[in-house]
Structure formats: structure tokens, C-alpha cells
Design a binder for this molecule. Sequence first.
Ligand SMILES: [Zn+2]
Length: 247
Amino acid sequence: MILLYILIFFFGAAWASFINATLYRIENHFKYPDIFTKSSHCEKCGKSLNWKELFPVFGYIFLGGKCPTCNTHIPIYYPISEFLLGLTFVLAYIYSFPVQFVFLIIFLFVLSYFDNLYMAVSKKLVHIFLLSCILIFFLDINFTNIIAPLSISIIFLLVNLFKKSFGFGDILILFGLGMVSSYKQFLITFWIGILLALLYSLIMIVLKKKSIKNSKVPMIPFFAIAFVISIPYTEALWNMLLNFIGI
Ligand SMILES: [Zn+2]
């Protein structure tokens, strides 16, 4: 069993690595078929990486987080995102995630890449995400509750008018997730996402990577993680919450 989980983990991590590399190449205007066939190399000095150095998660550790030739730092986003998608695949296998959720998770993974890089995502991608959610909503109408996400989205729309802490894209993505989740799952996704983002901000401030004034964080990666957690653990977390506030 453990061996199977390890295999599934690296399958997910390899997918993450492939998606990240492909997005990077599209972003940097690689021509087809180079996007898929060119061997991976250091962005700065062009040194080709061998299979050991390209191995998901462990390649980063093996390289000590930098290029062996020119010492350029490899963004920590890569191994972390590989690790998380690997873990997600294992959870998806154990808890048999619905296939439409797996699709949305991979979509969120792509959006997270851009959000992490630019603190923004392209409108086109957000709209396709929202359309996918609407489609899933209509195909699978029985497990949805639109009221909670709708009201929260409206509140945030209003907040957004006065203060630019949330991007409009974040709200549309939350709205889409609300359409495909029960209200419990949506609230768990929302609050876990906010908590994780706060935790991340605090860690960044303590490490002095960000100041309190300039503490804007990309929200989509945290909502993506929260959404994954919410699929198997909504009931457990919901009961924990009710116990905690004493109901
Ligand atoms: Zn290099």
C-alpha cells in the first residue's frame, strides 16, 4: 500500500513539474515543439539538468536550491508546488475525489502559478475557470448550495470597491468554487484559505521577506490548498469548529 502511495505521490509531483515547466515555456515564448521537447536547463546560464536534478521535490534538495554552475537560486515555489500536488493526488486516490474536482484542482494549480508570479491572473483564464464551474454546477446540480457563496461574494465585491486587498479574480474564483461546493464545504474552503494566507504572511514578516505595510500575498494558491483539504475533511472540520465555539 505504502509503495502505491509513493508512486501516486511522484506521479502527481511529476505532473506539477511538467505543468510548471510548460507554463514557464509558454510565458517565455518558446516555439512548438520546443515547449514539450526541449530539455530543462538553468534559466540563467543554460546548463542542462540531468534526471537526478529534475526529479520532483528531491531534485531541488539535491541541488541545494540553486544551479550547480552559476549558483542562481531556483524558486522554492517549484518544489513546494510539486510536493503539494503529489500529496493531493494521494488524497484524491484515498478519498476518491470526484473527477470534476480533480479537474478544478489542476486548473487552480495553473492559476496559482501565475498568481504567485505576478500577484494577478489573466482575466481569460479566470473566466474559463468560472465557466467550467458553471458547467459543473448544471451537470451536477444536486449537491450545491449557492446562497452562502453568493452572499460572501457580494460582500467581498463591496469590500473590493473600497479596499484593494482582494483581487477581482480571487472573488470570481471563490464564486466558482461556491457553485460546485455545498455551503459547508465552501465556508471551510474560504476560512482555511484565509487562515493559511495569514499564517504565510506572518511567517514572511517574521523572516523579514515582507513588511507589514507591503504584505500582499497571492490568494489563489491558498484557496487551492483549502479546496483540496475541504473535499475529504469538511465534515470533520465543521464539527471541530462547532465544538470550538461551543454549539
Ligand atoms: Zn545556472
